[in-house]
Design a protein around this ligand. Sequence first.
Ligand code: C5P
Length: 235
Amino acid sequence: LVKGEQLYEGKAKKIFATNNPDLVIIDYKDDATAFNGEKKGQIESKGVLNNSIATGLFELLEKKGIKTHFVAKLSDREMLCRKVSIVPLEVITRNVAAGSFSKRLAVAEGTALKTTVFEISYKDDALGDPLINDYHAVAIGAATWKELKTIYKMTDKINQILSAFFWDRGIKLIDFKLEFGKTADGAILLADEISPDTCRFWDAKTNEKLDKDRFRRDLGNVQEAYVEIFNRISK
Ligand code: C5P
């Protein structure tokens, strides 16, 4: 396998072509952003940690029957993945109130929810990733009804698998964001990453935050939180 030209540079990752048209290499950076790119910084070794964490979680999900873009971990910062076109939706699952849900609806962070909440946002930096509903998504051509059905079914299963996995390791999975991609033949795969950049993880005993909120809110010990998640999932 030969690493080719850079296809795309995102906020936390770069994507490279390979000599196989169906495969790309994802390179995890240390860059951290928040609030739609308004806050910028670096978290030392974040790329290495997130590549390892995402690898562990993709392997877990594949073992449980979820189709993902993950193929193999290639190096400290590089992951080999199936090439997909990203469905332009951020799919957010909330098990406990936090973040923008708490702010928008004035529900204290940490409040238990009477049902799991699934939200979708339209992936568009210029618009600030607006919260939309299923009708909006279909109306603008972001996804079809059938694709949404598949995405929600996969998301619910992923939530069950990850919530149980983290609970066994003393971590509450508060909420998380997923992205999905489509292969050339139309199959929907879990794509992007799953890491402390994209999930809220609270210590089950102390409720200490072990995720990117430490960066967003200047809580300190940011790298330590990522290392802690890495250590707990490596058990
Ligand atoms: O900010 P908000 O409460 O909507 O975030 C919900 C979840 O989605 C959090 O776990 C956050 O890390 C994740 N998220 C993300 N990328 C975004 C927005 C949210 O990974 N652009």
